[in-house]
Design a protein around this ligand. Structure first.
Ligand SMILES: Cc1cc2nc3c(=O)[nH]c(=O)nc-3n(C[C@H](O)[C@H](O)[C@H](O)COP(=O)(O)O)c2cc1C
Length: 347
C-alpha cells in the first residue's frame, strides 16, 4: 500500500521526468558526468549532467557518451552566466536532451523560450515566491527550491522555510508546475514529508557523491564518509564591500585559510597597495580550479570539498541503485508506518 501511496504522491514528478522515481540527481560540477548520470537514470532516478564551465563540444561529447550508458532520459544543467550559453543550449536541442535545468542566476526569458521551442522541458531554481512567479511567467515548466543546507552554491533560506513558503503557494497558484525540493535531504523519510507538503519530487546531490559509479577521487569520497553535518560549512565573508558568493563545503585547510586571505587582501586595499577591483579578483580567484583539484586530483587540503549538511548521512560507498532503493524503501516505510498507527490504536 505504501508503494502505491508513494507512486501517487510523486506522480506529478515522475510524469514530468519520465522516470520511475521523482528523484533528481542534482548536477554537481566534475562529479555529475556520464557515469553517475547514467547510473542514476538506470536506477530509476533522473540523472543530470553538470555542464558547468564546459565548452559546447565537450558537452556534446558528454551527452553522446551518456546516451551510450543508458536508454533512460537524463537532463543537462546549464549555468546561465556561461559565456557560451546560447551554443550550449543549441547542443542540448541538437542532442534532443529532454530536460534542461538552468542554474546560477535568473535565466532570461529568451533562453527559456529557445529551449522550449527546441523541444526541451525547462527547470529553474526559485529561491523565493516572487522569483517562482517570474520564472513560471517566463515559461519554465518546473521549479527546484534549494535551501541553505545544500552543497555547493547556496542561498540564505533553509529548505524547510522555502518549502513552507513556496509549496502551498505553488499548489494554489500554479498547480500544473511540479516543484522539486533540494538541500539537506539524506533519507527517504524527508522525501516522503516534502511530498506530503506538496512537492512533486526531490533533488539530491551530496548523497550521490560516494556512489561506486561516481568518478570522484577516493580522497574526496573519504572526506565525505568521515564528515558530519556540522563540518559542511558556508564560506565566510569578511567584509560586505568584498562580497563572497556563499558556498557550502566541508571545512579544510583551504576554507580555514580563506578568511585570513581576505583579511590580508582587504588590508592591502585599505593601505592603497591594491585597487578595489584587483582586491576583489584576488578574493574570487582564491577558489579557481579548487573543486576540480579536490574531486579529480584528490587534493582535499587545498581543494574545495563542496558538500551539503546531508554529508553526515553519507556513511559508506554504495552503488547508485542501493542508494536509490534505500531512499525509496525509507520513504515507503515512513508512509506505511504512519498509515498503520491509527489501526494499531483501534486494535
Ligand atoms: C560537489 C557539488 C557540486 C555542485 N555543482 C552544482 C552545479 O554545477 N550546478 C548546480 O546547479 N548545482 C550544483 N550543486 C548543487 C546540487 O545540484 C544539488 O542541488 C545539491 O547538492 C542538493 O543539496 P544536497 O547536497 O544537500 O543534496 C553542487 C553540489 C555539490 C555537492
Amino acid at each position: 500500500m505504501s508503494q502505491a501511496h508513494l507512486s501517487t504522491l510523486w506522480k506529478k514528478g515522475t510524469d514530468f521526468l519520465g522516470s520511475k522515481h521523482a528523484i533528481l540527481g542534482g548536477a554537481m560540477s566534475w562529479v555529475s558526468e556520464r557515469n553517475l548520470v547514467a547510473a542514476i537514470s538506470n536506477a530509476g532516478g533522473f540523472g543530470v549532467i553538470a555542464a558547468s564551465s564546459m565548452p559546447p563540444h565537450l558537452l556534446e561529447a558528454e551527452i553522446e557518451a551518456t546516451k551510450k550508458l543508458t536508454k533512460h532520459q537524463f537532463g543537462v544543467n546549464l549555468i546561465t552566466m556561461h559565456p557560451q550559453l546560447e551554443e550550449l543550449a543549441d547542443v542540448c536541442i541538437r542532442q534532443k536532451v529532454s530536460h534542461v535545468v538552468l542554474a546560477g542566476g535568473l535565466p532570461k526569458a529568451s533562453i527559456i523560450a529557445k529551449l522550449k521551442e527546441g523541444g526541451a522541458k525547462v527547470v529553474g531554481f526559485a529561491p523565493a515566491v516572487s522569483l517562482a512567479k517570474k520564472l513560471v511567467k517566463d515559461g519554465v515548466d518546473a521549479l527546484v527550491i534549494e535551501g541553505h543546507e545544500a552543497g555547493g552554491h547556496i542561498g540564505p533560506v533553509s529548505t524547510s522555510v522555502l518549502a513552507q513558503e513556496i509549496l502551498p503557494f505553488a499548489a494554489e497558484n500554479m498547480p500544473h508546475v511540479p516543484v522539486f525540493v533540494a538541500g539537506g535531504i539524506g533519507r527517504g523519510e524527508a522525501i516522503a514529508a516534502y511530498l506530503e507538503m506538496g512537492a512533486a519530487g526531490v533533488q539530491l546531490g551530496t548523497r550521490f557523491v560516494c556512489a561506486h559509479e561516481s568518478i570522484a577521487h577516493a580522497n574526496f569520497k573519504r572526506s565525505f564518509i568521515k564528515a558530519s553535518a556540522r563540518d559542511a560549512e558556508p564560506s565566510v565573508q569578511i567584509d560586505p564591500e568584498f562580497p563572497v558568493i556563499p558556498v557550502r563545503a566541508i571545512a579544510n585547510k583551504a576554507s580555514k585559510e580563506f578568511a585570513a586571505v581576505q583579511v590580508e587582501v582587504i588590508n592591502q586595499f585599505r593601505k592603497g597597495e591594491l585597487q578595489k577591483l584587483e582586491a576583489q579578483l584576488k578574493i574570487e580567484h582564491y577558489w579557481a580550479g579548487a573543486l576540480r583539484r579536490a574531486v579529480i586530483d584528490g587534493d582535499v587540503e587545498t581543494g574545495s570539498l563542496m558538500a551539503g549538511q546531508s554529508v553526515g548521512m553519507v556513511t559508506k560507498e554504495q552503488s547508485t541503485q542501493e542508494i536509490i532503493d534505500e531512499l525509496v524503501a525509507q520513504a515507503e516505510h515512513f508512509l506505511a508506518h504512519r498509515a498503520a498507527k491509527p489501526q494499531a490504536k483501534r486494535a
